[in-house]
Design a protein around this ligand. Structure first.
Ligand SMILES: Nc1nc2c(c(=O)[nH]1)N[C@H]1C(S)=C(S)[C@@H](COP(=O)(O)O)O[C@H]1N2
Ligand SMILES: [Mo]
Length: 544
């Protein structure tokens, strides 16, 4: 035993306990100083970004960077766990990580100066790197995060210097070796620290709020979209009698815009003003072409019905939707540029840097309605569905064809270029695998015994559905009633009346195409080029 343990309780021990409280309080306020400094960083970056009209604020840029680098399994986990909330969850995680880092920087600056300032600076540098690696960054994009980081480091350094004076005034050991004598006026130092911290926090809040307001008063793209009136299409799609079976719980044959699935890598919806929009067609072409939005729609719009499908759609999933699109055939636009011999791919590019690889022949084929769409179900494309212009190609999964916020078509080869998802575990070429789904009833809602309408949708874009078959409890395949198809590029609805008896029943559904192909029971995962298998639904039937 050391002598110290037997030392009687003294005033010095009492003080050391209050020192510990004071150390803890010092650390707490250091963490607050760190958070306030990070707030300064965000506020200044946001304000400067608005001033120079840059798109990327640090949190969005870091989030976008993470979206691009996270490995596919993690992304699939995020999408399957959080669904469409995956983006808010990601942004919230970035914010929480940044807050923890900022608090640590504050504490570090108090205990081990200048490492807190170094940590904050490193965080700012990471945000700067993320901003600079975003596609479509303006040349001046480095200014906001750089200036903001310097400002934040200065603030942290100043705040913690004051805090240290207060803490060392009450507890010399906590400070650095050259701490002032403990007889300093602790109350005054405390007040200085609080006033500086509060003023800085308020100023950062005011700057951030001002930036928001300034940003909001700029003509919003949503308002521009609302004010946009498109010329009526020269031809419209005739929806045949019987195209919609109109059964409760069954997906309508035309998916309303606000129910249409959304899949993209964009953390904030790109804002593209049609007045500034241009389409460049370049690469292996005789002549580079540049088109404005007016020039595009002046070519004349036609209406097309095309069912879009995502490669990430599991069998039975809902990442598929059918809409009426107004657009211009891609083949006519490519013809203006004149694709050269040897080219076999068109790399379409979004304003946010996203790219898709589409076989050239899918875009030049006279029998295939590959279009640049400007309207969806009779109104300008919703912002999240690619306003003002997107591509839509029947029969190809969205990731290899349906580029939203389109701005460039580069005629090239599969050998020379690859698209966004290609190095991330997905095939460069990906025709849609035909499939079928039951919409009603669902496993979650038991049905009463008696006549029950089983109903769903089936799609085989470019080929068409011949029939849909249903098997109950693994019994014989029964042919369902089909809705009248709009065309071969759209899904059809199916319906089968079933005399349901109480108990649990398995319902399996499969489609047969007009080519006579039967939907396979063999399961394939969504990567690398789309799922296969049959949807088998367990339905509970209660006694009537
Ligand atoms: N710019 C851009 N376009 C994109 C994507 C994207 O991430 N960015 N995702 C594609 C994918 S994977 C699909 S399935 C479709 C989905 O279109 P939607 O969101 O309008 O349903 O858009 C395609 N176009
Ligand atoms: Mo997709």
């Amino acid at each position: 035993m050391t002598p110290q343990t037997h030392r009687p309780r003294t005033g010095s021990e009492t003080r050391s306990r209050s020192d510990r409280t004071s150390t803890r309080r010092g650390m707490l306020w250091a963490a607050v100083a760190g958070l306030v400094s990070a707030g300064v960083l965000l506020a200044v970056a946001e304000a400067l970004a608005v001033l120079i009209g840059a798109a990327s604020t640090p949190v969005i840029a870091v989030g976008g960077f993470i979206v691009d680098v996270v490995p596919r399994p993690l992304k699939e986990f995020a999408i399957s766990t959080f669904g469409t909330a995956d983006k808010p969850v990601l942004l919230a995680s970035v914010a929480v990580a940044a807050a923890v880092g900022a608090a640590l920087a504050g504490i570090l600056q108090l205990r081990r100066p200048p490492w807190g300032v170094v940590l904050l600076g490193a965080g700012g540098a990471a945000a700067l790197a993320a901003v600079l690696t975003r596609a479509g960054t303006e040349p001046a994009a480095f200014v906001p995060p750089l200036v903001a980081t310097i400002a934040a480091c200065l603030v942290l350094w100043m705040l913690v210097a004051r805090l240290r004076r207060w803490v060392t005034a009450t507890m010399p050991e906590a400070g650095s070796a050259d701490a002032p004598a403990p007889d300093r006026d602790a109350a005054l130092d405390r007040r200085t620290f609080f006033v500086m911290t509060a003023v800085t926090a308020l100023a950062a809040g005011a700057v951030a709020a001002g930036a928001r307001i300034a940003d909001g008063t700029r003509a919003s793209i949503a308002a521009i979209r609302r004010a946009l009136s498109l010329p009526a299409p020269a031809s419209t799609v005739t929806i045949p009698e019987g195209a919609d079976l109109d059964i409760p719980g069954l997906s309508p044959v035309i998916t309303p815009n606000d129910e249409f699935y959304r899949v993209d890598t964009a953390l904030t919806v790109p804002e593209v003003d049609p007045a500034d929009w241009t389409l460049v067609i370049d690469g292996m072409v005789d002549e580079r072409i540049e088109l404005t939005f007016d020039e595009l729609i002046d070519r004349g719009l036609d209406e097309y019905a095309i069912t879009l499908t995502c490669v990430s759609n599991e069998v039975g999933g809902d990442l598929v939707g059918n809409a009426l699109w107004w657009g211009v055939p891609v083949r006519d636009l490519l013809a203006l540029a004149g694709p050269q011999a040897g080219a076999d791919m068109v790399l379409s590019r979004s304003v946010d840097g996203y790219t898709a690889s589409t076989p050239l022949e899918a875009l030049t084929d006279d029998g295939l309605d590959a279009i640049l769409a400007v309207a969806m179900n009779g109104e300008p494309l919703p912002l999240e569905h690619g306003f003002p212009v997107r591509m839509v190609v029947p029969g190809l999964y969205g990731y290899v064809s349906a580029t939203k916020w389109l701005t460039q078509l580069t005629v090239t080869t599969f050998d020379a270029d690859e698209a966004y998802w290609t190095p991330r575990g997905y095939a460069a070429r990906a025709p849609i695998k035909f499939s079928s789904r039951m919409d009603t009833p669902t496993p979650g809602s038991p049905v009463e015994a008696g006549t029950v309408a089983l109903a769903g949708v089936a799609w085989a874009q470019t080929v068409g559905i011949d029939r849909v078959e249903v098997s109950i409890d693994d019994g014989a395949w029964q042919t369902a009633t089909l809705s009248t198809p709009i065309n071969v590029d759209t899904w059809v609805q199916w319906m089968l009346e079933w005399e349901a008896e109480p108990g649990s029943h398995y319902i399996t559904v499969r489609a047969v195409t007009r080519d006579g192909e039967v939907q396979t029971a063999e399961r394939a995962p969504i990567a690398p080029d789309g799922s296969t298998g049959l949807q088998r639904t367990l339905i509970t039937v209660t006694a009537a």
